[in-house]
Design a protein around this ligand. Structure first.
Ligand code: MN
Ligand code: MN
Length: 317
């Protein structure tokens, strides 16, 4: 191991309930310069339509991440043996002004992307993926997308507004941020505004995998097909925690029954290994509805799993 690489503070150096309140108790630094990957929070929830509170997501995820050890025992991934990783803190959004916040987020990700670091984002509501994808396109061109969610998030407007947590992928298509035939949405379900709600993404070329197709089965075969579909180009992974069943992840703003399991979440993320992931996010954790902390704990572990499948990670096998 290269001893110049940052390491999470170990549980034998400082009790896990002490030490820095960063993601995985990693060192913090003010920007992404010199990093291969960075954890970054976006504490925004002014785009939510129902229960608020995702502004507290990054802090709760960091708190629950204190238990995560550096090696992945299932995949033998050793991300901190080959990548320089740090927690670069939170984006200073304007909590009184959603459109201004979107511009602030885009500018912050312009800087991250320019540094060459791959961002692992802690949301925040799903509005934040639009400015992130805007920044990604400037560097990578239109990207492929793995989108896990109970919802398609392709509404044209919500309450008359173009910018909200249920509209980002409609805007992303309109703005040419995505390659439609390299997009998959997994876990969609529940009730819609119209019976045709999931037809619009299909008409854009997206593969839509509704939750019912996932029930009672491993998603490893699906992910083999997804890797085939997405191929070698750049891919962004956006994971709305409400893609999981509310029994697994109750702490979120718009829960829907009949969702994915924690094991299926691991299969999806581990199934992204080999894709050119240019960034990942985990959004919509709302700690006020998360009485056990399990939602934030799950989110923290899923972010670690995302780190473990980034290009350049070594595997000890
Ligand atoms: Mn969403
Ligand atoms: Mn959702």
């Amino acid at each position: 191991m290269d001893d110049r690489l940052n390491q999470p503070l170990g549980g034998n150096q400082m009790p896990r309930f002490g030490g820095p309140a960063t993601m995985m108790r990693l060192p913090s630094q003010p920007g992404a310069d010199g990093l291969d990957a960075c954890f970054v929070g976006v504490p925004l929830d002014t785009g939510t339509s129902n229960r608020p509170g995702a502004r507290f997501g990054p802090r709760a995820i960091r708190a629950e991440s204190c238990l995560i050890r550096p090696y992945n025992m299932a995949t033998r991934a050793a991300p901190f043996d080959s990548l320089q990783v740090a927690d670069i803190g939170d984006v200073a959004i304007n909590t009184f002004h959603l459109p201004k916040s979107v511009d602030i987020i885009e500018a912050a990700y312009d800087r991250i992307v320019a540094s060459g670091a791959r961002p692992l984002t802690m949301g925040g509501d799903h509005t934040i993926v639009l400015p992130i994808l805007r920044a990604m396109r400037k560097r990578h061109g239109p990207v492929g997308l793995v989108h896990v969610d109970a919802h398609a998030d392709i509404n044209d407007t919500m309450f008359g507004e173009k910018i909200a947590h249920g509209t980002p992928f409609r805007r992303a298509v309109e703005e040419g941020l995505l390659e439609g035939r390299r997009v998959v949405q997994i876990g969609l379900r529940g009730s819609g505004y119209t019976a045709e709600d999931f037809d619009w993404p299909r008409a854009q070329g997206f593969r839509v995998v509704q939750a019912e197709e996932c029930w009672h089965r491993s998603l490893a075969p699906l992910m083999a097909e997804v890797r085939e579909q997405l191929g070698r180009g750049p891919v962004y992974l956006s994971f709305d925690i409400d893609g999981l069943d509310p029994s697994v992840a109750p702490g979120t703003g718009t829960p829907e029954i009949g969702g994915l399991t924690g094991i299926q979440a691991l299969e999806i993320i581990r199934g992204c290994r080999g894709l050119d992931l240019v960034g990942c996010d985990l959004v919509e954790v709302a700690p006020a509805y998360d009485h056990s902390g399990n939602t934030a704990l799950t989110a923290a572990n899923l972010l670690f799993e995302m780190l473990c499948v980034l290009p350049g990670v070594v595997y000890r096998n």
